[in-house]
Design a protein around this ligand. Structure first.
Ligand code: ADP
Ligand code: ASP
Ligand code: MG
Length: 418
């Protein structure tokens, strides 16, 4: 069994001991156990802030050296707690655990898991703790996997060991029809298909990192997302064929960390867009939505708008700087955008869903900036300050509420609030 504990689940000594007890209980039930841990509480945010105190543009390689320490602390402490419970535990860094990644610092991808060391430790009857969110490149540099990356470590380890299940223990009861911190009556989803979970993770449901869901689908890993504070059953991510119901809409997701860039004066000729997006790809920027407005007259100039995660905003602007004059004339940026999406496999065969989304946002007087769709998702870029209202309104309009579901164990203060 692979068990992953998120930052809130190991935020203080009591919680580390609680995780240790849960891990030991699993071992005592007869399973070989590998536990993947995240950095405690807000450690990763604090490490990023520390880097920004000493440098405006921290070197990515050194950033990874710094960020990878958070997860090591959790693992060493948890190993100590497990040893005190009379079991033998050993903690491993990502590189010791054989997590091999590419070289894109701060958002590396796992390319291989060489799990011999984990397997040997399991053979010796150890409980193995693996530091999440990190690996090592072929050049032997420490890398990290992007925010939320411990989920992907856990899934990759589960795949390499052919584990029965990858349990993701977190601070809510599972995957909900909307972020339970925003929508108090969000419904817990006992099952969600890979297809829907991929769209949800891609559109902001941070409960599972997108890469972890991709990895699980590609390698046939069963993900079970559940609370680290209760024994409730949580959510299982299953193949499309195994979903029991296919409601029209499954969830409303959101993000408040989008940035929009608009390039004006783009020549209306073949290759213009290719030049722009090649530069962004080269800089390893993930572009989300793209809209191009054709010139109204022959020989005129086009306009291209696209969104990127806000954390990539300055890298993206810098990457485009060199193309000014040649590929476009003017860059206009809006760094404070949000996005709201609805996801549901049932919308594929149901007309009218988009109309209902737009009418719902109109009734809230929320202006839509950009729209994109997939067969099972509709996303709208909107001003950041409208996101919370948009999520509640869409959740209500599509009647997604659960019967008195309480998603959060205790009243939490919203993310980022004091
Ligand atoms: P961890 O530290 O355990 O990895 P995260 O903060 O990364 O936890 O992910 C859990 C959080 O994801 C929840 O506290 C919740 O606010 C947020 N979240 C966003 N969308 C959803 C959703 N649809 N279902 C459940 N949680 C969600
Ligand atoms: N500690 C990392 C983060 O905060 C990785 C993780 O928690 O999954 O993003
Ligand atoms: Mg997470």
């Amino acid at each position: 069994m692979v068990m992953k504990f998120g930052g809130t689940s190991v935020s203080d000594a009591e919680r580390i001991k609680r995780a240790a007890r849960r891990i030991v209980a699993k071992r005592e039930a007869g399973h070989g156990v590998v536990a993947v841990l995240s950095a405690r509480g807000k450690t990763t945010d604090e490490l990023i802030a520390m880097a920004e105190e000493v440098s405006a543009t921290p070197d990515p390689r050194e950033m990874d050296m710094l960020l990878s320490t958070g997860e090591r602390i959790s693992c060493a402490l948890c190993a100590m707690a497990i040893n005190d419970l009379g079991h033998r535990a050993i903690s491993l860094t990502g590189s010791q655990a054989g997590i091999v990644t590419d070289e894109s610092h701060t958002k590396a991808r796992i390319i291989d898991v060489r799990a011999e060391r984990i397997e040997a430790a399991l053979q010796e009857d150890h409980i193995v703790l693996v530091a999440g969110f990190q690996g090592m490149s072929e050049a032997r540099d420490v890398t990290t996997l992007g925010r939320g990356g411990s989920d992907t470590t856990a899934v990759a380890v589960a795949a390499a060991l052919k584990a029965r299940e990858c349990e993701i223990y977190t601070d809510v009861d599972g995957v909900f029809s909307a972020d339970p911190r925003l929508v108090a009556d969000a419904r817990l989803l006992p099952q969600v298909s890979f297809e829907e979970m991929l769209e949800m993770a891609a559109s902001g449901a941070g409960v599972l990192q997108l890469r972890s869901v991709e990895y699980a689908r590609n390698h046939g890993v069963r993900i079970h997302c559940r609370s680290s504070f209760t024994d409730k059953p949580g959510t299982v991510v299953v193949g499309e064929a195994d979903t029991m119901e296919q409601p029209l809409i499954t969830a409303v997701t959101h993000s408040t960390s989008e940035a929009r860039l608009t390039l004006a004066g783009v020549p209306d000729e073949p290759g213009a867009a290719a030049r722009i997006f090649a530069a962004l790809a080269e800089a390893n920027v993930n572009v989300d939505m793209i809209v191009q407005n054709e010139p109204t007259s022959a020989g005129g100039l086009a306009e291209i708008s696209f969104t990127v995660p806000r954390e990539d905003f300055s890298v993206a602007s810098k990457a485009l700087e060199g193309l000014r004059g040649e590929a476009y004339t003017e860059l206009v940026a809006h760094a404070e955008m949000g996005k709201v999406s609805i996801v549901g496999a049932g919308m594929r065969s149901h007309p009218g869903v988009a109309a209902k989304v737009f009418a719902t946002l109109a009734a809230e007087e929320i202006n839509i900036d950009m729209i994109s769709t997939s067969p099972i998702k509709i996303s709208c870029v909107i001003p950041r300050e409208g996101v919370e209202r948009a999520v509640s309104a869409l959740h209500a309009a599509f009647e997604l509420s659960g019967p008195g579901t309480v998603g959060v164990e205790q009243p939490f203060s919203p993310r980022g609030a004091a």
